[in-house]
Design a protein around this ligand. Sequence first.
Ligand SMILES: [Zn+2]
Length: 103
Amino acid sequence: MAIKKGDTVVVLAGKNKGKKGKVIRVFPERGKVTVEGVNIAKRHQRPSRNFQGGIIEKPMPLQVSNVMLVCPRCSEPTRIAYKATSEKKARVCQSCNEIMDKV
Ligand SMILES: [Zn+2]
């Protein structure tokens, strides 16, 4: 997948359209990502041994096709190009040509 954990993305479609956040989890096999603070589901949780009960706010996964990577350098939502470096393919912003993967 083009999007990785720690990336900032913007949502392109659905009720969360326009929201930005950091990717906290990726599900490559399902084509989904979980974005911090976006697509929050509120669940009422009964008290248990480890938890006093209350409302849990949990971000639900979004389709990766509905989000776009935001370039950390130019802050533009961007498509990604791939550039072969010595060891592996690096992701490159198509707007400013910044290499996004600092390894
Ligand atoms: Zn850029």
